[in-house]
Ligand binder design. Structure first.
Ligand code: ADP
Ligand code: MG
Length: 605
């Protein structure tokens, strides 16, 4: 009997494989440009017609190919980049599977023209659907040019799925952006329908490249990251949380020089930003993680966008901590910088006296009298820290201690503001030099409560105070069961409860910070949150939700009148906590109107 199983013809195999590697024109660009980079090129030109559906040309000044190799490169599993299993774990190149070129050739009309330094002339090959149709010797400079025309011309079903030219080109420019960020010393040129879209000259630093690719305005908001732990190094930049996006598209993360969209890495970055961004908002960052190639497997996906870390937990913790530390430092730095306003004299007018006095005393407080820090854009890319670091360090140690012990002349940023008054019983209006600063009292208080709870909780339990007359609460059966489960945890959170018979419980203590709030509803809310968090309460991230719920309670609400002393005390407390520019839900605590803006409103300038 004839067997039903057949070995597929090679042409069909290549078409099937092409489905994995070549999804759209951008995938062709990615594979070809990666090959150019692997060939050591420092000049890569990408020319696109009609979103790449009509034509894609990638030319480079890399090492080129000898005549035999020009033929060989279209064979499946033909690669010059790995030889043995051993190499698979020490990948220094983008490619290694030897399947990109045969796959691309199988679904297009392809021409290649290449010359290596050893040959006198180059070789040109024309293929249609993977079949060689024509060869020719041509005099060309060393390097390689691939031309890919009519992608999927022989697979109408796939061609139908291609999108509008602009959409396809958008994907291509994104691919070039990623590669350009990782290779600042390579000159990239991108041309669409004859128009030069990107012309990225060789740059010395990744910051210069970022400025070229992502725009100069963002650069001023970037904070340098430079940390290491064991074999791992994390470098690059994270943007201040005030700059954010509605999608993850501005998270550029690289592992050993390769762009990846990895779940673990993304989660770690988001964790670094936790409570600094509103729900549904994502950060802007360019981060390079370098680690021993034995600690990561890049061979888990044909397009290699995903990786597998051997020790996910360590990588996650390292990345999220590194990002967090930079962001924490930056809120301190910002306060310190803002403390030293150097306004332009022409705008100084009425408040000149007061201003110069405050500068004088600030300068006298400091161990040196340098000018304030330059904006980040002008700081060299390898300057990981600001020049005022030593000052900040001392400042931080003092602040982290009990606030009340602060000497009164060592004012933090918020405390140094001049309070003008309260607006709509919700916002504190202040003067910061020539700026008008508005502070959301509710957001501020929430952040203070949250940071305090967090600190107290992590060092044992939250400070509680006894109620003079225990409050009795009546629970339903579900709540009663939950409370029995969570009684110990509740105690650590500052709520001591005692069974009072039936479904009644006596509330004996509450967190000191929440003394003013409605005790009963607070207990129910916290209990509910604790239960919904469940076992994941063991992770800090999930547990934060419980602390946020607590911080929300009994906080100074909007619509609460505050007198000047209360406002000043709130500002002073704000200086004592980390991340004081945002509430734990990520809403900003502070907004600033510059004198310039105000004068413009009144058409004075
Ligand atoms: P891989 O990159 O996984 O090795 P490819 O199919 O992409 O597989 O390429 C096959 C081989 O062709 C490469 O290993 C390399 O030797 C050669 N090659 C491809 N593109 C270039 C180029 N631009 N310059 C020099 N050699 C190239
Ligand atoms: Mg390749």
């Amino acid at each position: 009997m004839n067997s039903k199983i057949k070995i597929l013809p090679e042409k069909l195999c290549n078409q099937i494989a092409a489905g994995e590697v070549v999804e759209r024109p951008a995938s062709v660009v990615k594979e070809l440009v990666e090959n150019s980079l692997d060939a050591g090129a420092d000049e890569v030109t990408v020319e696109i017609d009609r979103g790449g559906k009509k034509r894609i040309v990638v030319s480079d000044n890399g090492c080129g190919m000898g005549h035999d190799d020009v033929f060989l490169c279209f064979e499946r599993h033909a690669t010059s980049k790995i030889r043995s299993e051993e190499d698979l774990f020490h990948l220094a190149y983008h490619g290694f599977r030897g399947e990109a070129l045969p796959s691309i050739a199988a679904v297009s009309r392809l021409s290649v023209l290449s010359r290596s330094a050893d040959d006198d002339c180059g070789l040109r090959l024309d293929l249609v659907g993977g079949q060689i149709k024509h060869t020719d010797e041509v005099g060309v400079p060393c390097g390689t040019t691939f031309e890919v025309k009519d992608l999927f011309f022989n697979l109408p079903a796939r061609r139908k799925f291609l999108r509008k030219d602009d959409t396809e080109f958008g994907h291509i420019s994104e691919i070039i952006t990623r590669l350009a960020l990782a290779h600042p010393s390579v000159h990239f040129k991108l041309i669409h329908n004859g128009r030069v879209i990107l012309d990225l000259y060789r740059q010395n630093s990744s910051l210069d490249r970022i400025a070229m690719v992502l725009g100069r305005t963002i650069v001023g908001e970037l904070l340098p990251v430079d940390s290491n732990q064991g074999q791992m190094v994390l470098s690059g930049f994270v943007a201040r949380p005030t700059i954010n996006r509605s999608a993850t598209s501005a998270i550029y993360s690289f592992v050993n020089g390769r762009f990846v969209k990895d779940r673990v890495l993304h989660h770690a970055i988001m964790d670094g930003y936790r409570q600094l961004l509103m729900k549904g908002r994502y950060p802007v960052c360019v981060l390079f993680l370098q680690l021993d190639s034995e600690m990561v497997d890049v061979n888990v996906h044909p397009t290699k966008h995903e990786v597998r870390f051997h020790d996910q937990r360590t990588v996650h913790q390292f990345v999220s901590q590194s990002v967090r530390n930079v962001l924490r430092d930056s809120t301190r730095e910002k306060a310190t910088i803002a403390q030293m306003p150097f306004p332009s004299p022409s705008l100084d007018h009425g408040i000149a006296n007061q201003k110069s006095r405050s500068i004088d005393c600030l300068v006298a407080d400091r161990p040196f009298t340098e000018k304030p820090v330059a904006p980040l854009a002008h700081v060299a890319e390898h300057a990981p820290a600001y020049r005022v670091d030593t000052v900040t360090q001392q400042h931080r140690e003092v602040v982290d201690d009990d606030l009340a012990k602060l000497p009164s002349d060592d004012k933090g940023y918020f405390e140094s503001l001049t309070v003008i008054g309260q607006y709509q019983r919700s916002y504190i209006l202040c003067e910061d030099g020539t700026d008008l600063v508005l502070i959301d009292q509710h957001a501020a208080h929430e952040r203070i409560g949250f940071e305090r709870f967090k600190k107290q909780y992590s060092s044992g339990c939250i400070a509680a105070q006894e109620l003079l007359f225990p409050d009795i609460i009546e629970l339903n059966i579900r709540e009663d069961t939950e409370l029995r489960d969570q009684q110990q945890q509740m105690e650590r959170l500052g709520f001591e409860l005692e069974h009072f018979g039936g479904l009644s419980w006596a509330i004996k203590t509450i967190p000191t910070f929440l003394a003013e709030s409605d005790v009963k509803s607070m207990v129910c809310d916290v209990l509910e949150e604790l239960t919904s968090v469940g076992d994941s309460a063991l992770t800090q991230d999930a547990f934060d939700a419980v602390l946020i719920t607590m911080a929300c309670h009994g906080m100074i609400r909007a619509n609460q009148r505050l007198d000047v002393i209360e406002m000043k005390s709130l500002l002073k407390q704000l200086d004592g906590v980390d991340f004081n520019q945002h509430c734990p839900h990520g809403r900003p605590v502070l907004q600033r109107l510059q004198r310039n803006d105000i004068e413009k409103m009144f058409r004075r300038i």
